[in-house]
Design a protein around this ligand. Structure first.
Ligand SMILES: C[S@@+](CC[C@H](N)C(=O)[O-])C[C@H]1O[C@@H](n2cnc3c(N)ncnc32)[C@H](O)[C@@H]1O
Length: 173
């Protein structure tokens, strides 16, 4: 997983502008976090993953360098306007209510902050799992999702075969 996602991890890293506070959603084994912590040694790293097994793996890799916790992004207890940057790679397919999740991300991100979503569109439209909200997105579907969540897309780039990086500017009234 980490190896096949390497191009997305590198593409996300290129989009970061020395954030002071960063949240990674769905950190998996922690390989992207390790890359970020090497490039941005001063950035405060918060990270959540729904899986306790992944928490155990990433803890071994990162130790005290990042505040890792096991919870879902669908509802968090972070304060409003907390992060400069929120990133998530290869995870948006699992969000049961994607618009609600984007609204939760908006709540905890500062106005003018950024959300970076990296995803694989290879099987978009062809993956259906019974009794599951699992969903893969193609370009049109992800743009529609951002529109429904009232989010402003700054860029949408390809970084590998059918792998994409979407940069969103968080705007609040
Ligand atoms: C395909 S893995 C990607 C891991 C890592 N981001 C990477 O690029 O290697 C998806 C990860 O998202 C996590 N995940 C799924 N749903 C989640 C949710 N609602 N909140 C937080 N993490 C979630 C899974 O436990 C898993 O570790």
């Amino acid at each position: 997983m980490s190896l096949s996602n390497r191009k997305m991890h590198k593409a996300v890293l290129k989009e970061l502008c020395s954030p002071v506070t960063l949240l990674e959603i769905g950190f998996g084994s922690g390989s992207q976090l390790e890359m970020i912590s090497r490039s941005f040694s001063q950035t405060a790293l918060d990270c959540i993953d729904i899986s306790k097994d992944m928490l155990w793996c990433a803890n071994k890799r990162l130790g005290t360098r990042a505040a890792l916790s096991s919870c879902s992004i669908e509802i968090t207890d972070y304060p409003d306007d907390f992060f400069d940057t929120v990133i998530t790679t290869d995870t948006c397919y699992f969000w049961t209510d994607a618009v609600r999740t984007l609204n939760e991300i908006k709540r905890i991100t500062k106005s003018g902050g950024r959300l970076i979503i990296a995803y694989n569109s290879l099987y978009a439209g062809s993956v259906h799992r019974a009794n599951s909200a699992f969903r893969m997105y193609n370009n049109a579907a992800i743009m529609k999702l951002c529109e429904n969540a009232n989010m402003k897309v700054l860029s949408h780039k390809t970084c590998g075969f059918k792998q994409k990086v979407l940069v969103i500017s968080i705007q609040k009234e």
